[in-house]
Design a protein around this ligand. Structure first.
Ligand SMILES: [Zn+2]
Length: 121
């Protein structure tokens, strides 16, 4: 499993795209959606409105992940990637390289929970 962003040109037919963004992508279709890993829409709205900074966003997103819990996330991921076949699952959102992004916050958190490292594609 990897993480990546919708605009990444390295994405190809060997990848199975699991959207974890709060909103769908207009220019690239995802194969699956793992909504537990999407930022809650209110959290995203607060960030976009400038009401919170990125460190507060991360704090609240991690709180969200803890409240959902590892077993539920593990189960939803397993269900999302079940149809992937030989394709490599990629957890997808919009943020480009170098941007602070919830997909890498999740990957860090996931590893902290004793789960596998999920590298960026
Ligand atoms: Zn993102």
């Amino acid at each position: 499993m990897k993480t990546s962003y919708f605009g990444n040109r390295k994405l190809g037919p060997g990848h199975y795209l699991v959207r974890i963004s709060a909103y769908p992508c207009r220019f690239k279709k995802s194969d699956a959606f793992a909504g537990l890993l999407a930022p809650p829409r209110q959290l995203l709205a607060d960030l976009k409105a400038g009401e919170i900074e990125m460190d507060e966003y991360e704090k609240r997103f991690r709180k969200h992940l803890y409240s959902v819990g590892v077993p539920a996330i593990r189960q939803q991921l397993a269900e999302a990637i079940a149809p992937a076949g030989n394709r490599e699952p990629v957890l997808m959102c919009f943020c480009g390289p170098g941007q602070s992004c919830h997909r890498r916050m999740f990957a860090t958190w996931w590893q902290e929970q004793g789960e596998k490292l999920i590298p960026e594609l």
